[in-house]
Design a protein around this ligand. Structure first.
Ligand code: SIN
Length: 191
């Protein structure tokens, strides 16, 4: 099976972006794994979106043959999703397009920062038409897949635990993440 990639599609959008710094918003690993240079950052949230482990990961936390699970967001009325906004030089988008190539498309969203600003930020959202977009409502099944998956970026459990720790660090609740974290810890305790 081949790696599914949205990189070329996202890079085609770069032609519309000038030389000025741009804001990006991260709601998943972009909160806790910041391996790119940025000028400023702010915590904040987006309105009407909810975080879910609905992407299969073929390149970071799994392989094309045995994919892991990573986060995307989907639209839900009245939901709010916490994350981190970073002001970056637009040349950095190339590296982030590479990192988020496995099914994510850039979309511009309004971010409400905790210091009271409204920013327009590029957000990488799983493309519902991508073969790696696979909604799953059973958290136990997601936990079992995360428990056994590993990819070039490391064990899938690291992605989950780092995400849960980052949310706790910012006093954020996310029942989807914390429930799956508990299921994985229960599986580990049985082994
Ligand atoms: C994000 O963090 O905003 C995108 C999903 C991920 O890379 O985990």
């Amino acid at each position: 099976m081949e790696l599914y990639s949205t990189k070329a599609h996202n890079q085609a959008n770069s032609k519309l972006i000038g030389d000025e710094p741009v804001w990006i918003f991260g709601y998943g690993s972009l909160i806790y794994k910041v391996d790119f240079p940025f000028i400023e950052c702010r915590t904040g949230y987006i309105k009407g979106w909810e975080r879910k482990f609905w992407m299969q990961s073929q390149d970071h936390r799994g392989t094309p043959e045995k994919p892991g699970r990573v986060l995307t967001i989907h639209q839900v009325n009245d939901a709010e999703c916490f994350g981190m906004a970073y002001l970056i030089d637009p040349v950095v988008l190339k590296d982030i397009d590479h990192r988020e190539q496995n099914g994510y498309l850039r979309q511009s969203l309004d971010v409400f920062t905790h210091c009271g600003e409204k920013l327009n930020a590029i957000t990488y959202i799983g493309d519902p038409d991508a073969p790696v977009y696979q909604p799953e409502s059973n958290n136990q099944k997601l936990a079992e897949q995360i428990y056994k998956s590993i990819g070039p970026s490391g064990p899938n459990t690291d992605y989950l635990f780092n995400m849960a720790d980052a949310l706790r660090q910012y006093n954020e609740n996310d029942s989807h993440i914390f429930d799956i974290e508990q299921h994985v810890k229960d599986i580990q305790a049985l082994k």
